[in-house]
Design a protein around this ligand. Structure first.
Ligand code: NAP
Length: 631
């Protein structure tokens, strides 16, 4: 029996990340002596597996953790959540620098939810502060952000309605059903901080994600407040009444709805972008976009073309290549690939056992992902002044380029004819980096797959003609050409104070204060709005959690002050956006000559957040009254 438990523990610790394992077991057992100096991760080596710990160090750490866990289980000891001092020591083990720990401590007290509670839940209710207030929030979108907003409003007892054009919750995870679709941010990070889940894979597939959000909607109890098949076509601010009037297109016809505040949770990557290629409408066979997959079309025995090689196309191409008779890929720009061997692997049974026995492991693993992938990688995206190699933007970015080039050379060592077409000539992270476990390179190397890099000249009834005059005949055409990411909140018509039209006001160059507020549009809050996207692999759920907490605090402020609405001041908004632009100019995704959905038609990044995740958390902690005009 004992041997069996030893074996189970051994198997569990063997598949854990050492950097998360030691703090998790130290937290469980209360034994901080486990956090030995010689087993501490090196903050300078975050890019390396296990932060550069040698195999011997890793083995020592696993042995230490296994023994401590065994003793703890034998003793049947209870475990108390860590107090601040213990949390400080645990964080210090991973982060190293005491000052940095102090800076991040309040954020991680929230984000890791180690007390087993939900620290981001509102600590007030409408009944407490303004029971008679006339308030109703309209949330547009029942995806990841909209569900979260609904949940928090429900917790605060604030009346709300969610409006979604689809027939179910899930947003992007409902709409994107293309083969191979999965999340490319590890699920331990890409999940609500307060809803723990036994993920079957490190990077789960679309059906698993959709189930997760469906389950959340049920557990939050928000489903009955969602009106499906209801598209908001217009939102107009009624100056007289100080409220929003929404026009809804439903299956029964058009309707009006009033709300005191509107939260847009429509996402950035929602409306498919079709390429402006001549002859598109002339193609005779089935043609569809990755986000509008036509499951009626059987690809078996067909010649298929995929235009685009972004994150969506790279996922759908390998299964399509399996099914189709022949596949032609039209690539305009190659991707940097980041080695991720566990990308499509199941989470080992041992690790799932560990998470049940040591629930803190999932939290520390989340922290480790957050730390190394986001805050830890930011420096590698910095544009250094005077750097004159166009292949990179600074010393760290160049190290990353070398590492990723070596990876590509290794992946394509047996296909030298492909190598020149797959090594990007732009700096890493200027476009989204793609996760690679060998599946994508293997698809490119197949005999029945052609990679075409000659620019497309036109689409013909029979296929795609490239600039060299060759017509590539195909039966089915798939557009993996991305989304209209810059056209925030389209196609909705939004009219604010004094008849100001949001889209005319933006002129294709969307800006908002904290990604949420636009001057002249009182009580309109955007989630995943302008400049709240993150490039290096952080989780957009983090941003939504920060933004949603902020919206709740704004509503509370309005209710406490007895004000009807708040409108961000133009000068505050402008100054904020100058700061954002300056930040983005110093990041690799702004470099000239690289096109991506990170830039709008003006060449400005209206999408990305250029600073640390901590910075966004700090800025959204509480509304600054001076930033707003209260109406
Ligand atoms: P995308 O990254 O914008 O990729 C669009 C692709 O289409 C690019 O390869 C682009 O080439 C190509 N393209 C566009 N117009 C073209 C034209 N006229 N001729 C030839 N090629 C053309 O879109 P996406 O792949 O849908 O991904 C968008 C974002 O969605 C991702 O960056 C990611 O944030 C998110 N996403 C996430 C996941 C996930 O978590 N699993 C999966 C998919 C997508 P150029 O590069 O030359 O412009």
């Amino acid at each position: 029996m004992d041997d069996e438990l030893d074996t189970t523990i051994r198997e569990a610790v063997d598949c854990a990340e050492v950097v998360a394992l030691l703090p998790a077991v130290a937290q469980l057992t209360g034994d901080l002596a486990l956090l030995r100096d010689e087993l501490r991760p090196d903050p300078e080596r975050l890019l390396e597996p296990e932060a550069g710990l040698t195999p011997e160090q890793q083995a020592d750490a696993r042995k230490l953790a296994a023994e401590a866990l065994r003793a703890h289980l034998d003793a049947g000891a209870a475990s108390a959540p860590p107090g601040l001092d213990r949390l400080r020591a645990l964080l210090a083990f991973v982060v190293g620098d005491a000052e940095v720990v102090e800076e991040y401590l309040p954020l991680f007290t929230e984000e890791l939810a180690l007390q087993g509670t939900d620290p981001r839940a509102p600590d007030w209710t409408l009944d407490d502060i303004a029971p008679d207030a006339d308030v109703r929030v309209a949330i547009i979108g029942a995806g990841m952000s909209g569900l979260l907003m609904a949940h928090r409003l429900q917790q605060a007892g604030v009346p709300y309605v969610v409006l979604d054009k689809n027939h179910d919750v899930g947003g992007t995870w409902l709409e994107n059903t293309y083969p191979g679709c999965r999340v490319d941010v590890a699920n331990h990070l890409y999940s609500y901080s307060f809803v723990h889940h036994d993920w079957p894979q490190h990077f789960s597939t679309q059906p698993v994600l959709l189930d997760y959000f469906r389950r959340c909607a049920e557990e939050f109890g928000v489903r009955e407040h969602i009106r499906f098949a209801t598209e908001v076509t217009d939102a107009v601010w009624d100056q007289q009444q100080g409220r929003w009037r929404l026009t809804l297109a439903t299956e029964q016809g058009t309707e009006e709805l009033e709300a005191t505040a509107v939260v847009s949770a429509v996402g950035q990557l929602n409306r498919p972008a079709y390429p402006d290629i001549a002859g598109r409408e002339r193609f005779a066979g089935p043609a569809f976009h990755s986000a509008r997959w036509d499951h009626e079309v059987d690809l078996a025995g067909k010649r298929v073309a995929v235009i685009g090689t972004g994150a969506s196309a790279v996922q759908l191409i390998p299964p399509v290549a399996e099914e189709a008779e022949h596949l032609t890929i039209f690539q305009r720009t190659p991707n940097w690939l980041v080695p991720t061997p566990e990308y499509m692997q199941d989470i080992p049974a041992g690790l799932r056992w560990l998470q049940r026995q040591v629930p803190a492991y999932a939290a520390w693993y989340r922290f480790w992902l957050f730390w190394k992938n986001t805050e830890g990688m930011l420096a590698a995206t910095e544009v250094e002044e005077g750097w004159d190699d166009p292949r990179s933007v600074g010393a760290l970015n160049d190290i990353l380029r070398e590492l990723l080039t070596a990876h590509l050379e290794q992946e394509f060592a047996d296909a030298p004819q492909l190598l020149e077409h797959v090594i990007p000539d732009y700096p890493p992270s200027a476009k989204r980096v793609i996760r690679d476990d060998g599946t994508w390179p293997a698809a490119l190397k197949r005999d029945d797959v052609d990679l075409v890099t000659e620019p497309i000249a036109e689409i013909t009834p029979r296929g795609v003609r490239t600039g060299d005059g060759i017509e590539h005949e195909v039966d089915v055409l798939v557009y993996g050409t991305g989304f209209e990411a810059s056209r925030f909140l389209t196609p909705m018509r939004v009219v604010g104070r004094g008849g100001r039209d949001l889209h005319e006001h933006w002129g294709g160059d969307a800006r908002a204060y904290l990604g949420m507020n636009v001057p002249g549009f009182p009580n309109l809050f955007c989630l995943y709005g302008p400049n709240t996207n993150i490039v290096i692999n952080g989780s957009i759920i983090y941003f939504s959690e920060c933004s949603v907490s902020y919206v709740l605090r704004c509503l509370r402020l309005l209710l406490e002050r007895g004000a009807r609405a708040m409108d961000v001041r133009e000068d505050v908004h402008d100054e904020y956006n100058e700061w954002i632009d300056e930040g983005n100019r110093a990041r690799v995704w702004s470099v000239d000559g690289v096109s991506s959905w990170y830039k709008n038609e003006h060449g400005r990044s209206a999408q990305n957040w250029p600073f640390s995740l901590l910075e966004y958390w700090k800025r959204t902690r509480r509304p600054d009254l001076d930033a707003y005009e209260l109406l």
